[in-house]
Design a protein around this ligand. Structure first.
Ligand SMILES: Nc1ncnc2c1ncn2[C@@H]1O[C@H](COP(=O)(O)OP(=O)(O)OP(=O)(O)O)[C@@H](O)[C@H]1O
Length: 302
């Protein structure tokens, strides 16, 4: 696979938090959602990709540029970034003034594109960023992050503060951004609907570790809950079910009734039937349940 970003054995240490070792790639031309609980390291990872956090081990490559020890920062011209929180030092400026500053920095800056985005987001560029509502400022900052049509767009919780209409507009703009096929979008988000609509891949992260990079459709297709019943109180039923192909999790839902989580549903169902369990239902799992399951497994492993 062709990657826009690759991390090889990357480690980063803070006083109370360490990231890594991370071994993963972010596929080029695709949308990757970084998903994980609060404090799992999503924003820290973004900062590392922007060269803002020194790493203690490993290699990071962004758009073909190796970051470690490299003084050439020209790769940043091809990146658009929206931080999780607005920068205080931007407060005295209007959106247009901040855009003017950005236009000097980015060779690909396109004023027409910027104005179109502002119009679509229904934001006035002449207002001071500090005087804007949270959502309005978010939209203005997003327009600035996208106006140079970056090759790689990294958004840290972009929809934070957006009303449902603005959210829909943002989704449309991000889909339009991806249309040419050679752009890469990475977004950290807690909004499941956003992931469902936009993401091609999901990178699960927890306590600074990557739990896996999954192709979204495949993931939603593979992971299922199978509800099974054994007519007789089958001795060792739990142990038997734990050996189900693709086994991920198991809970007892009542006497002789089990909720089984698997990522190989066909083999899993066949196995249950072969072993005397009656399959009552097979349901697709929600992303949040898949994440919980991965977290439980990681906790058990630690
Ligand atoms: N500069 C720093 N110095 C020390 N600790 C930090 C620093 N920045 C972040 N942390 C800690 O690193 C951990 C990861 O934080 P980070 O903001 O990357 O998580 P996140 O996944 O983006 O969380 P959220 O979903 O809440 O935005 C947290 O425990 C945080 O307190």
């Amino acid at each position: 696979m062709d990657y826009s970003v690759s991390l090889r054995g990357v480690k980063l240490e803070h006083e109370r938090f360490s990231l890594g070792p991370i071994e993963c790639g972010i596929p080029r031309g695709m949308v990757t959602a970084i998903v994980g609980p609060n404090g799992s390291g999503k924003s820290t990872l973004f900062r590392a990709l922007l060269g803002l956090e020194p790493i203690s081990a490993g290699q990071i490559e962004v758009l073909g540029t190796r970051l470690n020890g490299n003084r050439d920062e020209s790769y940043k011209n091809k990146i658009g970034f929206l931080a999780e929180n607005p920068h205080m030092h931007d407060n005295p400026f209007t959106a247009d003034e901040k855009a003017k500053f950005a236009s000097h920095w980015y060779p690909g800056w396109d004023w027409e594109r910027y104005r179109k985005l502002l119009r679509h987001f229904d934001v006035e560029g002449g207002i001071k960023l500090s005087k804007m509502s949270k959502g309005m400022r978010r939209k203005a900052e997003l327009a600035i992050a996208m106006a140079h049509d970056p090759e790689l767009l990294m958004l840290d919780e972009p929809s934070s503060g957006l009303d449902p209409f603005a959210w829909k507009t943002m989704i449309e703009e991000l889909q339009r951004y991806m249309e040419p096929g050679d752009r890469t979008l990475v977004l950290a988000t807690h909004i499941m609907d956003e992931i469902k609509r936009l993401a091609d891949y999901i990178l699960f992260i927890y306590r600074g570790r990557v739990l896996g990079l999954y192709e979204k459709d495949q993931l939603l297709d593979d992971w299922r809950t199978i509800v099974v019943q054994s007519d007789y109180a089958q001795k060792g039923g739990m142990e038997l079910l734990q050996r189900t192909p693709g086994f991920q999790g198991l809970a007892e839902a009542g006497p002789g009734l089990y909720r089984l989580e698997v990522n190989d549903p066909e083999q899993g169902e066949a196995y249950c039937e072969e072993n005397g369990f009656q399959v009552l239902a097979v349901q697709r799992m929600e992303l949040e349940d898949i994440l919980s399951c991965l977290i439980r497994k990681e906790e058990a492993r630690r």
